[in-house]
Write a protein that binds this ligand. Structure first.
Ligand code: 5RP
Length: 219
């Protein structure tokens, strides 16, 4: 199976975790796009979704799915999103699509995070995928200095402005052996909007697309 077929497989499988008539959280990316397409075909539709990006909002609205502002909901039963990397404890690197901050906000509202990913995303230690950090532009140079002091190699993602008006610094060369500690450390640097380590808001479950079918990992 190709990577795109695996994404379609887990996108479809994720609909089993969606209660018809409910309000759910929806992430961002090519795997989530497959999920949104499957969501729009559910026999009994959802009531509405809270979206983690303009891109997902547009796709959902085009398919007739109502999208609510995060401030309009008290809670969400489930949040469904992809990942750039996920480890065997459910910690993730996210933000390849620059939507990490809104993804973390929606994940935080939800009771359960269901990650959908193809098997190439499963890793032993996070950090092969460059770690995205969303920053306030005036802090970019100082945050790059802090990243170097931590042993990472920062690169500003050229031409990208996030949905929040932020910039993205991608960090190579970090072996993230303690995701929770590194998330806490980077989060408290002035000018960091959010870091793409999802340890505090880790996945509760991962639907992993493999050549043998969908593997369900619970954490
Ligand atoms: C966007 C994300 C995505 O979930 C992540 O980049 C995975 O994307 P894809 O499903 O296209 O591989 O974090 O900010």
């Amino acid at each position: 199976m190709t990577q795109d077929e695996l994404k379609a497989l887990v996108g479809q499988a994720a609909t089993a975790y969606v209660e018809p008539g409910s309000i759910i959280g929806v992430g961002t990316g090519s795997t989530v796009n497959c999920f949104i397409d499957a969501l729009a075909k559910m026999p009994v539709p959802i009531k509405a979704a809270v979206s983690s990006s303009h891109a997902s909002t547009e796709r959902m609205r085009a398919l007739g799915i109502e999208v609510l502002d995060a401030n309009q909901v008290e809670s969400l039963a489930v949040y469904i999103d992809g990942a750039d990397e996920i480890d065997h404890a459910g910690h993730m690197i996210k933000g390849g699509g620059a939507a990490l901050t809104r993804e973390k906000i929606v994940a935080d509202i939800a009771a359960r995070f269901v990650c959908i990913a193809d098997e190439s995303k499963l890793v032993t230690t996070l950090g092969r995928f460059p770690l995205p950090i969303e920053v306030i532009p005036m802090a970019a140079a100082q945050i790059a200095r802090r990243v170097r002091a931590l042993g990472g190699e920062p690169a500003l993602r050229a031409g990208v402005v996030t949905d929040n008006g932020g910039q993205i610094i991608d960090v190579r060369g970090l072996a993230i052996t303690d995701p929770a500690a590194m998330e806490r450390e980077i989060n408290q640097w002035p000018g960091v909007v959010s870091v793409g380590i999802f340890a505090r808001n880790k996945a509760d479950l991962c639907l992993l697309g493999t050549a043998q079918g969908v593997r369900t990992l619970t954490f």
